[in-house]
Design a protein around this ligand. Structure first.
Ligand code: NAD
Length: 358
């Protein structure tokens, strides 16, 4: 159960708010890699109590430019949701492809206990989820990852796989060489060996893990079947919307496919290209040991990631736990809180009197 972080008990209705500025302070105080590893622990802990969560596919409003989504969940004590968009054409217009903010609230009285930016937090939690999945699915001793798509998510993914999976080398490719240069520059003091590549084929050669995180509102073919050797783990995060996929269908047919929540992934993920009854394994089943993840050296494993509400819930839970230790938040006057709960109108009237007498 979350309690107010407010030191002034007469102002219980103030809600902690983590702005973009304060999120960056939290990340820089703790360190990006450590934050990702700690969020990964929260994500894994919540996957282990999967049954406790209210689960529903996210509510999506599609347009020809992109999508705006609401992602709600609750564990019975705490409720959370994220607002997130995905607009692939935004980057060319100077906007982020993905923007987000989110809320945690107490189930017992409905009062929010946290409002937070989630654009940075989404990148952190997506990377953490990818790496947690890879910990169970990638070949043991995987050291080299190919990264196709070097936009906003890229460096977070690279750091997560370094920290949690133990990769030491990342091979970058993007159709826009400026994106690759940006990512290589940002990762230059990460301790990773960074290799910039001129083609996707070059970026995947000799790797044990391939991450695809491109943004294009179409059924793209970022990877073709001939690029995928046996034993590879594919972490496919960019195909996350109806009509927006990254992998050739033949790759899916050769892979063992792992997903977050099938009712959402069948609509949004790479598996929208397959029949509705194509077998997939849920990640929580692997984490709890109910099912095995990787079972052989030759197996191609595919994490068909679309992003699920519980991961945002876990990330918000983590940020809530960092409020007191870091102090990086402000308080929002978000909730009307009359002394007599029924006297909402009177509170408005008294505010008028107070402001005219000032
Ligand atoms: P971004 O726009 O910042 O970066 C995307 C990059 O992909 C760009 O640099 C672009 O040049 C490159 N690209 C496009 N087509 C390509 C191709 N065919 N080959 C190589 N590079 C190509 O976007 P982002 O914020 O990094 O997000 C990447 C993708 O991940 C988006 O599709 C987004 O919707 C998705 N995403 C998924 C999750 C999840 O949980 N699964 C979470 C966040 C974002």
């Amino acid at each position: 159960m979350f309690h107010s972080t407010n030191p002034n008990p007469s102002k219980l209705a103030l809600v902690p708010f983590v702005s973009v500025d304060n999120m960056m302070k939290i990340v820089n105080t703790i360190g990006a890699s450590k934050v990702i590893a700690e969020i990964a622990e929260y994500i894994e802990a919540d996957f282990l109590r999967w049954d406790m969560f209210d689960k529903t596919p996210r509510v999506a409003a599609h347009s020809k430019e992109g999508v705006i989504e609401l992602m709600p969940t609750s564990d019975g004590e705490t409720y959370g949701f994220k607002y997130v968009n995905g607009h692939p054409a935004n980057m060319a217009r100077g906007f982020q492809t993905v923007n987000a903010f989110g809320v945690l609230a107490r189930v017992d009285n409905g009062y929010p206990v946290l409002v937070s930016e989630m654009t940075i937090l989404t990148a952190l939690r997506t990377a953490a989820t990818s790496a947690v999945a890879a910990k169970h699915l990638a070949p043991k001793n995987a050291r080299i990852m190919g990264m196709i798509g070097n936009g906003a998510q890229c460096e977070f993914q690279a750091l997560a796989f370094q920290q949690i999976v133990g990769i030491d080398t990342v091979k970058l490719f993007d159709i826009d060489s400026k994106a690759t240069q940006k990512a290589a520059r940002n990762l230059s003091d990460s301790g990773l060996t960074v290799i910039s590549c001129k083609t996707a084929e070059e970026a995947v050669a000799g790797t044990q893990i391939i991450t695809t995180c491109t943004a294009d509102k179409q059924n793209a073919t970022v990877l073709t079947d001939n690029m995928i050797g046996s034993g590879i783990h594919i972490n496919a995060i960019g195909g996350d919307c109806p009509g927006k996929t990254e992998l050739h269908r033949d790759i899916l047919l050769r892979s063992d496919i792992f997903v977050e929540y099938p009712p959402q992934t069948r609509v949004e993920g790479e598996i929208q290209q397959l029949d509705d009854d194509h077998p997939v394994t849920e990640l929580w089943q692997v984490m709890t040991g109910q099912t095995q993840g990787r079972t052989s050296d030759n197996q191609i494993t595919l994490f068909d990631s679309v992003g699920f509400a519980t991961e945002d819930f876990s990330a918000l839970r983590y940020i809530h736990d960092q409020l007191q230790p870091t102090g990086h938040f402000v308080e929002l006057d978000l909730l009307a809180d009359p002394d007599d709960p029924r006297d909402l109108f009177g509170m408005v009237q008294r505010a008028k009197t107070n402001s005219s007498s000032n």
